[in-house]
Structures are given as structure tokens and as C-alpha cells.
Design a binder for this molecule. Structure first.
Ligand code: C2E
Ligand code: MG
Ligand code: MG
Ligand code: MG
Length: 280
């Protein structure tokens, strides 16, 4: 009896696997047209200055407005985009869209270059691309956005392969006045070594460290040390994933420069971002 049950479970499991493979194949097929069909959207999440409480930066985060599945988060489709070799094209589209958007906001709301920065995530493949500098230059030139308004977010895991070439490429970007942020800090390995290698402007403390800070007055020595370490190196410190007033207070008291998280806002579409943060 037990054996039979086991076999049934096995059948069910392979069925599910089969269905999953099929639906993945459909999604892959659909993704190859998504850019052309203009189904990708950029959402924007504010980074609020702890001193002025004003929005100082905004991170561009891709979404796929899928015709039947609704708005899909990058976790659902970015790996697939990478496997299908679409990530560079999609990444360039995000970069261009984000630069265009900030330029439009600058013109519409009379913003100075130093008032608002746009952050764009770079995938590992974009970093390894020899054309990176010219692709970034192209996005800046065609949008007329000043390079100092653009921050590129990189993760440690994306640079562990062939770091020498990438390091040189990153230096070229900073010579152009583009800023770099180290994203998800603390989740990769040899974080400290990377801080010395890269010309980094900001450090984003990974949200898992913020999530670990639960109650008021709890002693989070690790989070405290990370923030202070970044500050000691003279970096702009961004706390990512701040959801509660307690987390906000703690990050603020430790001297974080910018706060990004649901406490202030989830990533929202351009029109909503504009209404909430610019049209005031
Ligand atoms: P990330 O760059 O670390 O972006 C922050 C992620 O944390 C976003 O997830 C954001 O929605 C989420 N987040 C922000 N505040 C909170 C909070 O208070 N609580 C919680 N639980 N989450 C919060 P999202 O938009 O799903 O993006 C996930 C990841 O996908 C990003 O992580 C980034 O690595 C990647 N990604 C997003 N857009 C792009 C893109 O255009 N290009 C590339 N290469 N990667 C992207
Ligand atoms: Mg990021
Ligand atoms: Mg992050
Ligand atoms: Mg991440």
C-alpha cells in the first residue's frame, strides 16, 4: 500500500515538473518578443535622505507587464533572460529608459543635477561586455543626462570572474563621472577586498541585515559594524529594505545617508513616483 502511494506521489511530482517545464518554455518564447511588444516597464523606488527627509535618489527596477500573468517581478524572469542571452539588450533598455526618465523629470520640475540621482542595476554579463563604456555613454548622450546623475549598481557576485578587466572598466566609468554602488553588500564573499578594488561611491547594506533588526534597542552589532565600516571608508551608506520605524531609527542613528524600503515606498510606476515625490 505504502509503495503504491509512493508511486502515485512520484507520478504527481513528474507531472508538476512537466507542467513547469512547459510553462517555462512558453515564458521563454514570450520573453523573446516582450521587448519588441513593449511589455517591460521600469518601476522606481525612492531613496530618502536621513537628514533632509527628501528624495535624493531613485532606483530603477524592471517589471514585466505580462499580458496574462500580470506584472512580474525580476526574480521570476531575469535568470531566464540571462540564459536566453537577452539580458544585455534588456539591461540597455532599462538604462536608456531610466536616463530618459530622469532627464524628463529634471526638465519638468526644474531639478538640478545634484538634487536627484538615478540608480540602475547592472547584470554580470553587462559588466563583462567590452562595450559597457560606450553603451553607458550612448544612454547618457541620447538622453542628455549628466553622467553625475547616474549611479550603476553592481554586486560582488557579478565580478568574481575576470575581475581585472572589469575593475579597469569600472575605473573608466568613474573617470566619466558616473557613480558606482555596491549592491547587496555583505551577501557575497570577500566583501572587504572588493571595497579596495573598486572605485565605489555608495554601499548598499543588504536587506537581510536590515531584516535581522527586529525590536527597538536590540543590539545589532553586525549591522552597526557594517554601517560604521562603510562610513569610515567615506562611502555613502544606503540601507536597503527598511520596513519599520524601528529599523529606520536604528539606521538613522548609526549614520546611514539614504534609506530605501517599503517603510517609505515600494517600487512604483513613473507616474505614481512623479505624483508622490516630484509634483509638490
Ligand atoms: P536589488 O537591486 O537589490 O533591488 C532591491 C530589491 O529589494 C527590489 O526587488 C525591491 O523591490 C526590494 N525591496 C526594496 N525595499 C524593500 C523592503 O522594504 N522590503 C522588501 N522585502 N523588499 C524590498 P525587485 O524589484 O523584485 O528586484 C529584485 C532584484 O532584481 C534586484 O535587487 C536586482 O538585483 C534585480 N533587478 C531589478 N531590476 C533590474 C534590472 O533592470 N537589471 C538587472 N540586471 N537587475 C535588476
Ligand atoms: Mg539594486
Ligand atoms: Mg540590493
Ligand atoms: Mg538583489
Amino acid at each position: 500500500k505504502a509503495k503504491q502511494n509512493g508511486r502515485n506521489h512520484f507520478c504527481l511530482y513528474t507531472d508538476i515538473l512537466h507542467q513547469e517545464t512547459q510553462s517555462n518554455a512558453i515564458l521563454e518564447e514570450e520573453m523573446s518578443y516582450a521587448l519588441q511588444l513593449e511589455q517591460f516597464v521600469v518601476y522606481y523606488q525612492p531613496q530618502i535622505c536621513t537628514k533632509t527627509k527628501k528624495v535624493k535618489g531613485v532606483e530603477a527596477l524592471i517589471r514585466w507587464d505580462h499580458p496574462t500573468r500580470g506584472v512580474l517581478a525580476p526574480g521570476v524572469f531575469l535568470d531566464m533572460a540571462e540564459e536566453l542571452n537577452l539580458i544585455s539588450e534588456i539591461g540597455q533598455w532599462v538604462l536608456q529608459t531610466a536616463c530618459n526618465q530622469l532627464k524628463q523629470w529634471q526638465l519638468q520640475y526644474n531639478l538640478l543635477d545634484e538634487e536627484l540621482t538615478i540608480s540602475v542595476n547592472l547584470s554580470a554579463l553587462q559588466l563583462q561586455d567590452v562595450r559597457l563604456l560606450s553603451l553607458v555613454s550612448h544612454a547618457l548622450e541620447s538622453s542628455q543626462l549628466s553622467p553625475c546623475c547616474l549611479e550603476l549598481e553592481i554586486t560582488e557576485s557579478s565580478i568574481i570572474h575576470s575581475p581585472e578587466n572589469i575593475v579597469e572598466r569600472l575605473h573608466e566609468l568613474t573617470r566619466k563621472n558616473v557613480k558606482l554602488a555596491l549592491d547587496d553588500f555583505g551577501t557575497g564573499y570577500s566583501s572587504i577586498k572588493h571595497l579596495h578594488l573598486f572605485p565605489i561611491h555608495s554601499l548598499k547594506v543588504d536587506k537581510s541585515f536590515i531584516a535581522a533588526y527586529k525590536q527597538k534597542k536590540s543590539q545589532d552589532k553586525v549591522l552597526e559594524a557594517m554601517i560604521n565600516f562603510a562610513k569610515y571608508l567615506g562611502l555613502c551608506v544606503i540601507a536597503e529594505g527598511v520596513e519599520t520605524a524601528e529599523q529606520l531609527d536604528f539606521c538613522q542613528s548609526q549614520g546611514c545617508d539614504l534609506i530605501q524600503g517599503y517603510y517609505y515606498s515600494k517600487p512604483i510606476c513613473a507616474a505614481d513616483f512623479e505624483a508622490k515625490y516630484l509634483a509638490i
